[in-house]
Design a protein. Structure first.
Length: 282
């Protein structure tokens, strides 16, 4: 982390902006999920992180707890409704209420659509779309029961609009999450439950860049089509997330914020020559 760099500064929210809030973050043990957990904790929230990997959960819990907040880690597979229900129940038993949910758990990998197996399709759809629904429903019911409202934030992708060759499963799932975000914003407004979405572009600090664009040539092609001429950083997404789940955004619901350096407005990665270069075929 470069001290003093504008790319890595914490959000400008006041200390204590999330004081007394309880936030569940799926996929919260690594990458973007952990970055959001750390930022929320810095602002005073009690944190519940969920992940399938127990070792990662233990490490993240130790790191987050150093900020002086209370942290609970719950090993959870968001594809399994019973485990999701256990996550919410464990949170309520520990903290009494739930005020924030971040649906961040995701899965993605490159494969030509004609070669994609049913298992490959279901693997991503079940995590990204079904998992987001299971968690939103379980937490939404708890928030409605509490009567105090809450904020649900979904982590999506610009592929919800543009599609994404070689990752049709992920693009379709993210499009579903966008539709769910808008639907719940209207349906759950009477419960004072707000639902929004962030659609990040390539984030340099995550494994997604190296997984989806594994060679320097691939990464260079993507980077050249981002007007900002750089990839994003974890803290930049965490900053926006903190605002959207805070009371400062109390009138913001049903919105999707694209954070990609204007990349989705540029020519993108669908030009025929570039598509062939990164293995999309003719």
């Amino acid at each position: 982390m470069q001290e003093g760099s504008t790319l890595y500064k914490h959000s400008m929210l006041k200390e204590g902006s999330l004081e007394g809030k309880v936030a569940i973050i799926t996929g919260g043990a690594t990458g973007l999920g952990k970055a959001m957990a750390l930022e929320f904790a810095r602002l005073g929230a009690n944190i519940v992180i969920a992940s399938r990997n127990k070792e990662n959960l233990t490490k993240a819990e130790e790191e987050i707890s150093k900020l002086g907040t209370k942290v609970l880690s719950v090993q959870t597979d968001v594809r399994v409704p019973d485990q999701v229900n256990n996550l919410v129940q464990s949170t309520v038993e520990q903290f009494g209420e739930v005020h924030i949910l971040v649906n961040n758990a995701a899965g993605n990998f490159r494969v030509k659509t004609m070669d994609m197996s049913v298992n490959a399709w279901n693997a991503v759809i079940n995590i990204v779309l079904n998992g987001t629904f299971y968690c939103s429903q379980a937490v939404g019911r708890q928030m409605a029961k509490q009567g105090s409202g809450g904020a649900i934030l979904n982590i999506g992708s610009v592929h919800a609009w543009t599609g994404s060759p070689l990752t049709a499963h992920s693009a379709a799932a993210k499009a579903g999450v966008l539709a769910l975000t808008k639907t719940l914003a209207v349906e759950w407004a009477p419960y004072q439950i707000r639902t929004n979405m962030i659609a990040p572009g390539p984030i340099a600090d995550t494994g997604a860049v190296t997984q989806l664009w594994p060679t320097p040539e691939d990464a260079s092609l993507i980077l050249n089509n981002i007007p900002a001429q750089r990839f994003g950083h974890l803290q930049e997404i965490a900053n926006l997330a903190a605002y959207l789940v805070s009371d400062y955004a109390s009138y913001v619901s049903g919105a999707c914020y694209v954070v990609d350096g204007a990349g989705w407005l540029n020519k993108g990665k669908y030009q025929l020559g570039e598509s062939r270069k990164i293995g999309m075929g003719d």
